[in-house]
Write a protein that binds this ligand. Structure first.
Ligand code: NAD
Length: 348
């Protein structure tokens, strides 16, 4: 069954979004408005929340002009109604605890780990062929947890992190130079944490093919980098009670579309590295080609020594954080198995 078509377009397939808070509901809306799926399923543990949001989005269809149906469902924590997300080809995890302002990263991890693990269990049983996109913070470690909880090959699990940071960097640079955002060609890699492990790659950044480093001086470049690293916390501080959701949902919806389109679109995402950039056994932000099976290939850019080393340092921090709560991914004997066969993900 497909929904009626307004043009020569057919809507097929289901995207499930777990968590109907600000990020989840906005992602569901953006995906529905792209009008390429038959159904967007939105689920939450709060009674009636997902159902209400779904009804509201659906009532905008005649104005906005899309036919995708958003279906809302309430789930109980630990009640794995696997049928619920059956048929979902892509699942976005946007479920999370409401953080207290004074929480440390460790407290956030402790609060969100069971939520992401239970979401992973639901996906593993209900949608065993799905591609998973994790939004829950801290996203690099939560992506690793989602991978462990689903038992999926790493290529079918990725995090939304550096696509958002890349967009923030492009926005700040465009503001500084009064140019179109589309003329800025730059990429952010590393961690989604708001510190030095989030790395705009200045060496390859261009504006209309002119190197960015020839257009901004050192102080201006530092300003753009700091503004990018602070991007999320600045929004959260202004909103006071909440974190950002417009730009994060735009990034998640873009990733959903790249997976759906299956044409190897390269986007920066949090992915598992097993040799690319000289990094093994860590989840972090790098450019990757996306498709129906998730991460088709890690795109290995030629980085100058300084950026290469900085990325290795970011990976070291993330690996340590991830190993603290994960069972080791590789045993010594597995280390000897052929890379691509073992992980199902190629790095080139
Ligand atoms: N990756 C990014 O770029 C990015 C950006 C902003 C926010 N985030 C993160 O995304 C997550 C969601 O953010 P938000 O602003 O939507 O938060 P929110 O508080 O508005 O929504 C979270 C929702 O998750 C639901 N939930 C909790 N446990 C659940 C479970 N087991 N199953 C289903 N639903 C469950 C809650 O009921 C709530 O509705 C947070 O962890 C946040 O830090 C990530």
């Amino acid at each position: 069954m497909t929904t009626p078509t307004t043009e020569a377009q057919e809507r097929r397939g289901t995207v499930a979004v777990i968590g109907a808070g600000q990020c989840g509901r906005m992602t569901a809306q953006r995906v529905a408005e792209s009008d390429v799926f038959e159904t967007v399923l939105l689920v939450d543990v709060i009674d009636g929340l997902a159902e209400g949001i779904a009804l509201d989005i659906n009532q905008s269809r005649a104005i906005v002009g899309f036919e995708t149906t958003v279906v809302g469902r309430t789930i109980r924590i630990g009640d794995h109604d696997h049928e619920l997300i059956a048929d979902a080809e892509i699942v976005v995890i946007a479920a999370g605890a409401v953080p207290e302002p004074h929480w440390s990263v460790k407290q956030l991890i402790r609060a969100n780990e069971p939520i992401v693990r239970s979401s992973g269990g639901l996906i593993a049983h209900g949608a065993p062929s799905a591609v998973v996109i994790v939004m829950t913070n801290p996203v690099d470690v939560m992506t690793a947890i989602a991978h462990e909880a689903t038992g999926f090959p790493p290529r079918r699990v990725m995090g939304q992190s550096v696509l958002l940071d890349t967009s923030r960097f492009a926005d700040f640079v465009a503001e500084q130079l009064s140019v179109l955002r589309s003329s800025v060609n730059a990429i952010v890699v590393g961690s989604h944490a708001h510190d030095r492990s989030m790395m705009p790659l200045l060496s390859s950044a261009t504006v209309d093919a002119v190197p960015l480093t020839s257009m901004l001086d050192g102080a201006q470049l530092n300003t753009a980098v700091s503004a990018t690293r602070r991007g999320g916390s600045d929004v959260a501080r202004m909103l006071n009670t909440h974190s950002s959701f417009y730009a994060p949902s735009a990034a998640a919806a873009r990733m959903v579309r790249a997976v759906k389109d299956d044409n190897e679109t390269a986007l920066p995402v949090c992915a598992y590295l097993e040799g690319a950039y000289g990094i093994r056994d860590a989840w972090l932000g790098v450019p990757a080609r996306l498709g129906r099976n998730g991460v088709q290939e890690i795109v290995e850019l030629a980085l100058p020594e300084e950026e290469y080393m900085a990325l290795a340092a970011a990976a070291k921090i993330l690996r340590a954080e991830q190993r603290e709560i994960l069972a080791p991914l590789l045993t010594a004997s597995e280390q000897d198995a052929p890379e691509r066969e073992r992980r199902g993900q190629s790095n080139s």
